[in-house]
Design a protein around this ligand. Sequence first.
Ligand code: AHG
Ligand code: MN
Ligand code: MN
Ligand code: MN
Length: 336
Amino acid sequence: MTRTTLTRFLIEQQRNANALPAELRLLIETVARACKTISHAVSKGALGEVLGSLDSENVQGEVQKKLDVIANELLLDANEWGGHLAAMASEEMETIYPIPNRYPKGEYLMLFDPIDGSSNIDVDLSVGTIFSVLKAPEACAGRDVTEEDFLQTGRHQVAAGYAIYGPQTLLVLSVGTGVYEFTLDREVGSWVMTDPDMKMPQGKCEFAINMSNRRQWSPGVERYIEERVMGAKGPCGKDYNMRWTASMVADVHRILKRGGIFMYPYDHRTPGKAKLRLMYEANPMAYLIEQAGGAASDGFMPIMDVAAQGLHQRVGVVLGDTAEVEAVVAYGREAE
Ligand code: AHG
Ligand code: MN
Ligand code: MN
Ligand code: MN
């Protein structure tokens, strides 16, 4: 059986009607290569002296794990010299990282969460890398890239994906023509396509939310969860299951594979306050979920239509099963 590698898949995408641009192909290959290196570092664990925290805090006010910084450096080093990017931005860096003058500048912008779920690193649970690719505005040719150039809605993404470092290392990718899954063949060192058409199952009764935040839920979210927890006796007439991994990558991957809904809603007590980041987490995951037939909302509107006002902007996230996402949004409206 001939297996489709990531390289072959990307070349075929370049040749087909979608005509994936060569620079974008190179960019994705480079990110995928960096993810292999990150996967290797993650799997070494204590033997590679990569576990534990540093003394530093990132711009999000979080204590940085060693692997947050290692993965950030690996992604910068891998992507700065290839000529496909104009600048990068990351959860772990306060400001944007323009491509140094010694390298050619390309036409894309990339944003990434180098290690998602980093609280899970030290306890050997799945973590991942999330990335989002935008076109640099034409106006920035011939001048330095600025933070404003990144402030585009999620609808402008031309590619997004994540790597998950779990029992297997996977790459889940979309370039706007569906969602594809690749598994890292460690012996050979290549990404092999293991799902050519990821479509998230609908109608599955499973939700993912951190229940300890209940006091900050809005009445709509409160009602939605309460009805599901009531089980077959409640208005849904079904028993629901619950999962929470505390790695968005792992929770979203489960939803892509077996359905359900993921929620990290706005804090109802403090308007506009949320945990997840629009540019590094919500937008790329919304792109993948919509491409796989699901829905992604901030609780009020589609995530990918939310105006980007700052690189590190946070946003409510409700994504997955289309009917369940619509129910959360409807309950929110009814409660207003
Ligand atoms: P990160 O490790 O990149 O900072 O992201 C952590 C995020 C996300 O992966 C997860 O869904 C969420 O934080 C978990 O938050 P709680 O610990 O509040 O449940
Ligand atoms: Mn973090
Ligand atoms: Mn994250
Ligand atoms: Mn992170």
